[in-house]
Structures are given as C-alpha cells and as structure tokens.
Design a protein around this ligand. Structure first.
Ligand code: 2ND
Ligand code: ZN
Length: 369
C-alpha cells in the first residue's frame, strides 16, 4: 500500500531510523514490561523464586513461555511480574523504568495500564497502589525530560474480567482522573468472561464522562467485540483483531464488511493492534497472516502497540519495523498510524492536537526530509 509513500533513500526500515521517529503507544501493560534484571532484583529482595536466575535466561523464559499459542497460558507468566510489584519500592521502580524505556525508544506519549487489584498482597490499598505507580511515572517523566526526551504518560486502570471488582476499579479510575489516570479497561482470560459481565462498571464510567477501552476480539471472536461496542459502548478495542471474521472476500477478491465491521469502521473505533502478542497467543497464526494491513487499507483506525514488552521481547520500534518489513510501509504510513493513535488517546482534544502539531508532524517532517 505504501510504495507511493516511501521516500527513496530516506526510509531504510532500520531500527535506528524508526527509533528516531516520534511514536504513540496506547496498549502497554505495566506488569508486562519489566526489565528482566529488575524482576531478578525485586524477586531477590522479596524472597520470590523465579524460573531462571540470569537476565538472559529469564528473558528467554518469559519469551518462550508466552509463545504458548493460547491466551490463558500466556497470562500465566504474569505470576512472576505481579509477585514482585507488591511494595511501594517495587511499584515505583517498575513505573519509573517503564517511562525510561519507552522514552529511550522514542515514544512521546503512552497509555500504560495495570490492574491495581493484583497488587494488594502485601497490604497496600487500591489507592496506595495507584499513588505509587503514578509517583513512578512522574519521576520517570522528569528524568526523561532532564535527559532531553519529552514523554507523557497517561495511566489506565484495568479490572480483571474473571474477578468481581470492575465497578470498584472504574470508580478508582474516575477518582484519580485529575492525577494522571486517563481511563479504564478490562483484561484477562476472554473466553467465558464477556464484557457484559461488567456492564455496571462501563455504565458508571460513561455516566462520569470518562473513557474506557475493552480487551475484546483477541482469544474470543465477534460476539465479544459486539458486546464491547454495542452493549458496553467501548471508546476503543484492545486488540479487536478478530474483526477480520466479519470481513469476507467477494468473488473478485474484494473485501465486504459485515454489519459489525462496518459499525467499527464507521464509528472510527480505534483498534489497539498488538502484532507480536497476537501471534504468541494464537489470535493469528503468523505475522504474515495478521490483518493489520488489510484493516489499514480498508481505513479502519489502526494503531500499533506492544501489549507486553517483556513477554514478547519487543518495543514500539520493533513492532513498527516488522510491520514495515512485512507490508512494505514507509514513513507516511508510520506517521499515519501514529496520528491515528494520538487522535484516539484518552487525553483532552486540545492536548492531542498539540502533540500532533508540535511533536509528531514536525518529527516525521524531519525524517521525511
Ligand atoms: O493481551 C492481553 N489480553 C488479556 N489480558 C492481558 C493481556 N496482556 C496482559 N493481560 C493481563 C495480564 C496482566 O496481569 C493484566 C493487567 O495488566 O492484564
Ligand atoms: Zn493487553
């Protein structure tokens, strides 16, 4: 799709050049992005035993275990990251390092999510958990700014869909809306836990004029996406990759959209696509079969995301480079995906526009030349 947009000689598709581009990340889990060395040190400090004892081995263990082909087994790896994020020090450090790593990768705005209810094992309250994470984000932003890298982080609070605390977490998200929390989400094993189980949490959030995204259409197909948009009113879809099942190819190979796919596209509902994660959990079989490009060509509002940088051994740069390699994208495409993401962020409109006009467009203009 992008031959026209490729600027010969300037887009070499290398990680070095893509790293320089301003990037926007909407779907990244705090407990899925720890540095292996930090997991080792925090585990040592709190007496948690890990499946490997060197950074290299542990990184490989996460990557290989997450390569399971099912979401449920993929999620089992989080036991080890959540276990070391139970103290003020652990939470603040992980949040601070998350910002440093994203800033180092050229991310200028990120929404990072986590589930506060999973961090209460050592006596912290839900409010304290959120306060410590926000403290870590603020420290990370200041350190990045001092190092000449401006990055802004919005926090999303996730409720686990198999549990029964979603209303409480939605209230927590609204309570912290002026302190850095920009939205609400549900995550966890999708099959058997449809979004409508959490309707009251979404209704509460909507009534408070607050934003939410829903993990849907990852391990479970169209019914989950339908509930998320039609019953719950999701502002965005976490993954949403199985919307592909509502697109059929006609006799001449032209794609035809079903009612749900049309609705998602007509309403410009952003898809938080996470290519590497989707292959690992078996949502798609291979990157080559990922519907990212089809959806982009059909002008769905596609965005590029990491999901879990530790489990997928990935970064925004890696996700963009592999998409560019696979589908032949150039700078204009990467800029469009980035602007899609910025338009879809849960920040006030004027702030989104400011980042697009003052940071993203000038950043790509320099690269395009
Ligand atoms: O891609 C995902 N789908 C569903 N749940 C997920 C995904 N990635 C992470 N999670 C879960 C595991 C984490 O402990 C939780 C909160 O970040 O969210
Ligand atoms: Zn996710």
């Amino acid at each position: 799709m992008s031959d026209k947009s490729l600027v010969p000689g300037l887009f070499d598709g290398s990680a070095e050049s893509v790293k320089l581009a301003p990037k926007v990340l909407l779907h990244d889990h705090l407990d899925g992005g720890l540095r292996p060395g930090t997991v080792l040190e925090l585990a040592d400090a709190c007496g948690w035993s890990l499946p490997a004892d060197t950074e290299e081995d542990l990184a490989r263990w996460f990557r290989e275990s997450a390569d399971s082909g099912t979401l449920v087994r993929y999620l089992e790896t989080f036991e080890h990251t959540v276990a070391v994020m139970q103290t003020p020090e652990g939470l603040e450090r992980v949040a601070r390092e998350c910002v440093a790593d994203l800033a180092d990768d050229g991310v200028v705005y990120a929404e990072v999510r986590f589930a506060p209810e999973q961090h209460l094992e050592r006596g912290l309250t839900l409010d304290e958990v959120v306060e410590h994470v926000l403290e870590g984000f603020r420290a990370g932003e200041s350190e990045a700014r001092a190092a000449g890298r401006d990055i802004r982080i919005g926090c999303l609070l996730t409720a686990m869909r198999h549990a029964a605390r979603s209303r409480e977490i939605a209230e927590l998200a609204v309570r912290f809306r002026d302190r850095g929390v920009v939205g609400f989400d549900i995550a966890g094993a999708e099959a058997g836990n449809p979004p409508s189980r959490h309707l009251d949490a979404f209704e509460y959030t909507r009534a408070a004029n607050a934003h939410f995204t829903i993990h849907a259409g990852e391990a479970f197909g169209l019914p989950s996406i339908h509930e998320a948009v039609a019953f719950c009113g999701a502002d965005r879809l976490g993954h949403g990759v199985r919307i592909l099942d509502d697109i059929v190819l006609g006799e001449n190979g032209e794609p035809r959209l079903g009612l749900l796919a049309s609705y998602v596209r007509d309403k410009r509902i952003p898809l938080e696509l996470c290519p590497s994660s989707n292959v690992q959990t078996g949502a798609v079989l291979t990157l080559a079969e990922h519907p990212f490009d089809l959806l982009a060509r059909l002008r769905f509002r596609v965005t590029v995301n990491t999901d879990n940088r530790l489990m997928s051994d990935t970064t925004m740069t890696k996700e963009m480079v592999q998409l560019a390699d696979m589908f032949g994208y150039g700078w204009a495409d990467l800029e469009r995906f980035t602007i899609n993401a910025m338009k879809s962020a849960f920040l006030p409109f004027d702030q989104r526009l400011e980042l697009i006009d003052d940071v993203i467009k000038p950043g790509y203009a320099v690269l395009i030349g």
